[in-house]
Ligand binder design. Structure first.
Ligand code: ZN
Length: 367
């Protein structure tokens, strides 16, 4: 699967490079003949797209390197670095063209468009839309941020080229030069898309909340195993878009033997890897909902439910031998978790003074 992904990303990128270089050649020729800064900038913009594709290929190649002793998680995160490089190139192209275009507003130059040049510009717009849609579809399919970003960028470019077409027509019919203004507009949009790629990539590097659709499916899968009473505290980490590792707690009856737990957790981990490609490590919560502690559990549930900032309570376990009760709560990031925990602990301890309460704070890692 990973090898296919790599090959598909590279093939898509090569198609993009060839298509963009053809566009650059045509636009540069038209821009030079017509003496149009807007069209030359449009060509420069396409050139930066071709360059982005080259970097995407290099990134994909580098990131698919097999794990080794020094980098046991593989090299998948290199793709984030190459996305940053692409963003910087796009930003630089934007800033440079902004400077150029602003100058052209102050000192407009005579342009000289012809009908064939207008036809070339129009054809280039259609080509760009096709490239953009293709990249976006492939990027979504292969879960490649670089490809999706390139696709979005290409669609933007089609809009920009549309602007140059308008500029050319206005100039031909009314002899009015919108070159500088059009150039500034192109530049601003280039800068904007650079900032967007950068923000997305930096977010991935910092670490974002796991996709709800994925975590829902994963939990559903784990819960489908016989003996599992619930799945909690699911965390997912990734080393590049296609390498995910994680942990989860599963609740089972406290009467289960090590042998049974062993069999269960091995089956779950195996199935999760086969179906999702995720390396999942499981922790066990024991549960004993036998009559004796039902009242304590119910009280704990009532108290935690009365706090709006508590998102979830789980892992309730009462140990009669040590007279201790433990459960976990997930507190909203906006609230003071320690304060909430201490307050609950006080409330429940007063109701059941013979027990020692241990309330564990879990983080709101996933939905
Ligand atoms: Zn927990």
């Amino acid at each position: 699967m990973t090898e296919n992904r790599e090959k598909s990303i590279i093939r898509t990128s090569i198609i993009g490079i060839i298509a963009n270089i053809v566009l650059v050649a045509f636009k540069a020729a038209v821009g030079i003949f017509a003496n149009s800064i807007a069209i030359i900038l449009d060509a420069v913009n396409n050139l930066s797209d071709a360059l982005s594709s080259v970097i995407t290929i290099v990134g994909t190649k580098l990131s698919s390197k097999a794990p080794d002793k020094k980098h046991p998680y593989g090299y998948g995160r290199i793709e984030y670095i190459t996305s940053v490089v692409i963003a910087v190139i796009v930003l630089l192209a934007g800033v440079t063209s902004l400077r150029e275009s602003a100058g052209k507003i102050l000192e407009p130059q005579q342009t000289d468009y012809s009908v064939p040049s207008v036809i070339v510009i129009a054809a280039a717009i259609v080509a760009k839309i096709i490239i953009g849609r293709y990249f976006k579809a492939q990027g979504d399919k292969l879960n490649s941020q670089s490809l999706t970003a390139s696709g979005a960028d290409a669609l933007f470019d089609a809009v920009l080229s549309g602007g140059t077409l308008v500029t050319a027509i206005v100039s031909m019919i009314w002899g009015l030069s919108l070159e500088g203004i059009m150039g500034v507009l192109i530049s601003i949009i280039i800068i904007k898309s650079g900032i967007e790629i950068l923000t997305d990539t930096l977010n991935s590097i910092i670490g974002v909340r796991a996709d709800k659709e994925l975590t829902d499916k994963l939990k559903e899968k784990i819960n489908s195993f016989e003996g599992v009473k619930g799945t909690y505290d699911l965390t997912l980490h990734n080393y590049g878009p296609s390498k995910i590792m994680g942990t989860a707690h599963v609740e089972v009856a406290d009467s289960m033997s090590a042998k049974e737990i062993h069999r269960l957790t091995r089956s779950i981990s195996g199935a999760v890897f086969v179906e999702f490609g995720i390396v999942l490590t499981l922790g066990i919560y024991a549960s004993n909902n036998t009559g004796k502690f039902a009242e304590i559990k119910k009280t704990a549930e009532q108290i935690t439910a009365s706090y709006d900032e508590i998102l979830q309570m789980h892992g309730f376990y009462a140990d009669d031998d040590t007279k201790s009760v433990s459960f976990d709560i997930i507190v909203d990031f906006d609230a003071d978790a320690i304060e909430v925990r201490d307050s609950i602990k006080k409330e429940i301890s007063e109701k059941f003074p013979e027990f020692k309460f241990d309330i564990i704070l879990d983080s709101d890692y996933s939905d």
